[in-house]
Ligand binder design. Structure first.
Ligand code: GLA
Length: 381
């Protein structure tokens, strides 16, 4: 049973301030990011939510126990900022924490104030609430998130609810009726596979996106319209990744039916990253209405094949090269549930080119730390 709020029927798309800006956020940055999301064409391509992560709250609740915005960084207040974001045709997201305090900003958490905070969010025009899991000693995640979920529903304002307890309490087993998405691991970082040593320590230590990818195959069956696994932000365009590594993450996140939430500086997109974030063919894979999460179907050393079934009967396939040199990778039609004798139309989604009708399987040369993503169609008559 999924949360009955009618939202996130496809994985949410947008931008979140955390991984790039951490606490260095203010209303000017958020407004400029909303402007850039429209001006870059990202809005037209489907990006919708501008999510302000930790760092927006004043240090204390007001006399009535309400949250308010940091008066220096957000002097106009959150309602004015939400109004601005809405005026651009976008939606507005805010961060809070389920415990006594936010993770790093010593600002008040929502524990015991769920109704009050949900009402403030609704009054301000929030469309998306992300709730973190710091300072929650002795609390039950299922109870705490259920409480906030009910408080949000009780406001009557539709708000996507995003759980962020890093997979510690296996939310895929219980969170579908509670939230629209749940983080599956600790935080991602802008690197390929750094952080292996610390990634299993409590508290969501950051790690490269490849390590997050590796945690996803067992979770695929738990995702669907309205309730998604969240493997954390797109590090696309960040300093620590090459263009090819960014392209690989973007393609694999589409296979995973993952939220496409960028965190890079949208005011200064390079042409390559702009083209990447706006690749409508890859976005269409991510946003496929059937909402079936894809998974890894073949591993041969560093060469992997990932596949996602799509609503029209076609398959999205990623040939993924984790190795240090380029390699030829082959998908066999039997890997993706078709017969070797089928003649299937193949389209390369980065080249935007049809490759014709192909029998038995498809091979491509794939760069180191890179991907080829294809859509494999229904049988050619
Ligand atoms: C935790 C979360 C992150 C981010 C930060 C903010 O680490 O997992 O996504 O919200 O807190 O402090």
């Amino acid at each position: 049973m999924a949360l009955d709020n009618g939202l996130a029927r496809t994985p949410p798309m947008g931008w979140n301030s955390w991984a790039t800006y951490e606490l260095k956020i203010d209303e000017g940055l958020i407004r400029a990011t909303a402007d850039a999301m429209v001006g870059s064409g990202m809005k037209d391509a489907g990006y919708e939510y501008i999510i302000v992560d930790a760092g927006w709250k004043a240090k204390n609740r007001d006399a009535e126990g309400r949250l308010s915005a940091d008066p220096e960084k957000f002097p106009s207040g959150m309602k004015a900022l939400a109004d601005y974001v809405h005026s651009k045709g976008l939606k507005f997201g805010l961060y809070t924490d389920a415990g006594t305090e936010d993770c790093v900003s010593s600002a008040p958490g929502s524990k015991g104030f769920e109704d009050k905070d949900a009402s403030s969010f609704a009054e301000w025009g929030v469309d998306y609430v992300k709730e973190d899991w710091c300072n929650t000693a002795g609390m039950s995640a299922q109870e705490a998130y259920t409480k906030m979920s009910r408080s949000i529903l009780a406001t009557g304002r539709p708000m996507v609810f995003s759980l962020c307890e890093w997979g510690d309490n296996k939310p895929w087993n219980w969170a579908a009726p509670v939230g629209n998405l749940w983080r599956t691991t600790g935080d991602s970082k802008d690197c390929w596979d750094c952080g292996r040593e610390t990634m299993n320590k409590p508290g969501g230590y950051p790690r490269g996106w490849v390590l997050i990818l590796d945690a996803q195959p067992p979770l695929a069956a738990f995702a669907g319209p309205g309730h998604w696994n969240d493997p954390d932000l797109l590090q696309v365009g960040q300093r620590g990744l090459t263009v090819g590594e960014s392209r690989a993450q973007f393609s694999l996140w589409a296979i995973l039916a993952a939220p496409l939430i960028a965190t890079n500086d949208l005011r200064s997109l390079t042409p390559e990253i702009h083209e990447m974030l706006l690749n409508r063919e890859v976005i269409a894979v991510d946003q496929d209405p059937a909402g079936i999460q894809g998974t890894r179907v073949r591993v041969e050393g560093d060469r992997e094949v990932w596949m996602r079934p799509l609503s029209d009967g076609s398959r999205a396939v990623v040939l993924f090269n984790r190795g240090e040199s380029s390699a030829t990778i082959r998908v066999r039609w039997t890997d993706i549930g078709r017969k070797q004798s089928d003649g299937l139309e193949v389209r390369d989604l980065w080249k935007h080119q049809n490759q014709g009708s192909v029998k038995a399987g498809y091979s491509a040369r794939v760069p180191s730390h890179g991907v080829v993503i294809i859509r494999v169609g229904v049988s050619a008559k």
